[in-house]
Design a protein. Structure first.
Length: 354
């Protein structure tokens, strides 16, 4: 039997890693009695050398070809810009990287709960960042592809087209499932970025929970509003296809009042629990939350002005109901209200000034 023939593949002659420099000095063949460095080994030596200088890359990361090195504790881009280059607008892609035919309407209907649940799927899977590859669901693995996926759009949009699927809103109107968009038309790959808003983390509204696709992979964390860099250029948008119906709630927006029945006081409407709202219903809700065992969130007890303590207490109660995502956003809808006040005392005096 003829023995197989293996061909050598030399790395680039201008490579400056220590192994290649040593080999060029020693000439062809062996250098100091060791085998010639192959391209894969060359890359490992380069990464290991870099890690020795930076002192931030773990040995496992340095020895894993093609695996991005993560600097522990790094939360924001260290160059002041969002390092999120993105692909162009395009269709969904199938498992073999081929365009999939669009069979859906231009603006599919969805709910806040579905948006957050879809966003969490990529976070859990730690989908690697890429501007030219596609995840198993057909969406491009960059920031705009991620938002296209979370909103359930029929194709892969980019930061220059996502605004067509939303309406501008104010900071005060932000709710889970909305997006914060920055598009840099002069250089879309420098600074342009888009994220999903997941809810405020404190009463000051200085930080929020972000869902975003950014190197090395999808993440969710507390982020300063509106973002780490280019803070004056991010614009909040609400998806046009948002509809009623969230898991555990009778309505996604839950804005309408519901009359009382079966011993449950009437639900006053979600407008009574907006940031800064002050009325007797807020105090009534707070007292009931304390009775239900959620008073630990109130440092001095509930009051008539809606605040972060109220929202956190409501969120904790919603989570005890098994709700997640947008259904546990800390804002009481009709079903939250009904479950809280079943067999409770009647509501506030109707003569109270609201």
């Amino acid at each position: 039997m003829t023995a197989p023939v293996f061909e050598d593949f030399d790395p680039a002659r201008d490579c400056d890693c220590p192994g290649c420099v040593q080999e060029r000095r020693a000439g062809p063949g062996l250098a100091s009695g060791r085998p010639r460095i192959r391209p894969a080994t060359c890359g490992i030596v380069a990464v290991a050398a870099a890690s020795a200088v930076l002192g931030a890359v773990t040995p496992a990361a340095a020895l894993a070809p093609g695996r991005p090195a993560v600097v522990k504790g790094l939360r924001a881009p260290d160059d002041g810009e969002s390092d999120t280059p993105q692909g162009a607008k395009g269709p969904l892609y199938g498992p073999k990287g081929k365009p999939a035919g669009p069979d859906t309407v231009p603006i599919p209907a969805t709910t806040r709960t579905k948006i957050i649940d879809r966003a969490k799927v990529w976070v859990t899977a730690k989908v690697p960042y890429s501007m030219d590859t596609y995840w198993t669901d057909g969406y491009r693995q960059d920031c705009s592809g991620y938002v296209s996926m979370a909103w359930g759009l029929p194709g892969n949009e980019w930061t220059g087209s996502l605004d067509q699927f939303g309406v501008k809103i104010t900071k005060a109107e932000l709710e889970p499932g909305d997006m914060l968009l920055f598009h840099n038309p002069s250089n879309p790959e420098k600074g342009s970025h888009v994220v999903i808003f997941g809810g405020w983390t404190d009463y000051t509204h200085a930080y929020y929970t972000v869902y975003e696709q950014t190197p090395p992979h999808t993440r969710s964390q507390a982020t300063p509003y509106p973002y780490w860099s280019n803070a004056d250029k991010y614009v909040p948008y609400r998806y046009k296809g948002l509809t009623s119906g969230t898991k555990g709630e009778q309505s996604a927006s839950a804005t309408e009042a519901v009359p009382g029945s079966h011993g449950v006081p009437g639900y006053p409407g979600r407008g009574s629990f907006r940031p800064g709202a002050e009325n007797a219903y807020v105090a009534q809700l707070g007292r009931r939350l304390v009775e239900k065992g959620f008073g630990r969130f109130y440092p001095t007890g509930p009051g008539t002005r809606w605040g972060e303590a109220d929202r956190r207490a409501v969120e904790a109660f919603q989570r005890t109901q098994g709700w997640r995502g947008g259904a546990a956003d800390g804002y009481p809808g009709p079903e939250t209200w009904r479950r809280l006040f079943a067999d409770a005392d009647p509501g506030p005096d109707s003569s109270t000034d609201l």
